[in-house]
Unconditional design. Structure first.
Ligand code: AMP
Length: 216
């Protein structure tokens, strides 16, 4: 099963991707995490990525496509995968088609998630992330057991530079201008299925099974 998840920042893509991964046993490919990792390793492309990520802008296509292409070449994606955060514009969508064509597979479904501006800002401004293992918390709805410390690996949690309110608003504009147009392309291909970004976390597995059940 090859799945793409599209939605504005903070709409709950990552949470749903993890739940789908557990239900169907396929890996999640999260470009934001991979780019943050490259930035932390201070490679040349990581430094460029960091420059754009801090401002809330899209990282240049050549860097992102290379990262995704390398990841899709690994054996664990043979049974399927979930793309979280890619493609983010039309050029990336076309590049993805080319990569998948070479592999002899195609996208089965594009999951579209929407959430109100108000809930996005509430979610992202209280989001805390673990810089070491990538676990994500929400200070109100999903707090760590010990204040500001990761339950999984014990590292200190951080607020991402781009989870500040001014940058969040800018990332939402980038989504509307560059990413939303891809939905029309996938709609014309009959691939789009909708997920509700406002439901409670314990309702998500049921919704996922309803929406993707026919593909399993
Ligand atoms: P995310 O964690 O998905 O919210 O992504 C955080 C930041 O990483 C974005 O604001 C972009 O700067 C960068 N990024 C993630 N995925 C992509 C992508 N597919 N294309 C370009 N930039 C990306």
């Amino acid at each position: 099963m090859q799945i793409v998840i599209l939605g504005p920042p903070g709409s709950g893509k990552g949470t749903r991707a993890q739940i789908i991964s557990k239900i169907y046993g396929i890996p999640v490919i999260t470009t934001g995490d991979m780019l943050r990792e490259a930035a932390a390793q201070d490679t040349e492309s990581g430094r460029i990525a960091d420059f754009y990520m801090k401002k809330g802008e899209l990282v240049p296509d050549d860097i992102v496509v290379e990262v995704v292409e390398e990841r899709l070449g690994r054996p664990d994606v043979e049974g399927g995968f979930i793309l979280d955060g890619f493609p983010r514009n039309l050029a990336q969508a076309r590049a993805l088609d080319r990569v998948l064509k070479r592999k002899g597979v195609s996208i089965d479904a594009v999951l579209k998630i929407d959430a109100s501006t108000d809930s996005i800002i509430k979610r992202l401004s209280l989001r805390r992330s673990c810089p070491r293992c990538g676990a994500v918390y929400h200070l109100k709805y999903n707090p760590p057991k010990k204040d500001e410390v990761c339950d999984e690996c014990g590292s200190g949690l951080i607020q991402r530079d781009d989870d500040r309110e001014d940058i969040i608003l800018y990332r939402m504009i980038v989504y509307e201008e560059q990413t939303r147009p891809i939905l029309e392309r996938y709609e014309n291909m009959g691939k789009v299925r909708e997920l509700n970004g406002e439901i409670e976390i314990d309702e998500i597995p049921g919704e996922v099974r309803r929406v993707l059940g026919d593909l399993a």
